[in-house]
Design a protein around this ligand. Structure first.
Ligand code: ZN
Length: 219
């Protein structure tokens, strides 16, 4: 018979391996949940689906052309990091090493290493969030915009198509531009975020409805 303590620790490690971090559209952590069906999807660093949340329902959508019989693959980790780092994370949290196409040819490692170096000197989320925070007088809005613009290009190469990491930068940049009366740049950035999110979340998702309204108010 398995002791209660062992059962508990097995349950907790199952949540760690199969649990999903639920994030909002700006990738803020909202909680963790267990979705047994979604947990069956294997990992790839070149995922062909993305998992998003509509309330507490997990939804899976294709972000690449797929044909019947293709294995459904999602990414368990942030793909910002080079191959060695990604696999260290995968081994630590999920106890396996990935052998996907990207892990074999490491085609994006060079640009990922460059971004990692840049990231060490300043933490992007912090700067952008600080600038967008309530304390406007403490925030460096121009600094946040310049950071966002700088990471956008490498992020678009590093992340797969229809990445929420890229959408999140566009969305933050869009709101910053609008805050600084740079209206047409703001609208363009928000539309780019929406184009990604329509694929990732589906066109009727609450985030898209709100974003469409936000853009509509500017035009
Ligand atoms: Zn991989």
């Amino acid at each position: 018979m398995i002791s209660l303590a062992l059962q508990m620790s097995m349950t907790i490690s199952n949540v760690n391996c199969n649990g999903f971090t639920v994030e909002d559209e700006e990738l803020s952590h909202m909680g963790s949940a267990v979705y047994p069906d979604v947990a069956l999807i294997n990992h790839s660093c070149c995922p062909n689906v993305i998992v998003t949340y509509n309330g507490n329902i997990a939804e899976v959508r294709a972000v690449q052309k797929m044909v019947p019989g293709d294995e459904v693959l999602t990414s368990y980790i942030d793909l910002l990091y080079p191959t060695a780092d990604r696999n260290e994370r995968l081994r630590d949290a999920y106890y396996f090493t990935c052998d996907c196409k990207e892990c074999k040819n490491k085609s994006k490692d060079k640009i990922k290493l460059k971004v990692r170096k840049f990231k060490k000197t300043c933490e992007p989320e912090e700067i952008i969030n600080m600038a967008m925070g309530v304390c406007l007088y403490m925030g460096d809005w121009e600094g946040a915009i310049s950071y966002g613009e700088k990471v956008l290009k490498p992020y678009s190469v590093i992340y797969p198509p229809y990445s929420m990491n890229v959408a999140s930068i566009y969305q933050k940049l869009g709101r910053l531009y609008l805050g600084l009366e740079r209206k047409s740049q703001g609208i363009t950035a928000l539309k780019k975020a929406m184009a990604i999110m329509e694929v990732a979340h589906g066109k009727d998702h609450q985030y898209i409805v709100e974003l469409r309204k936000e853009i509509g108010m500017q035009t």
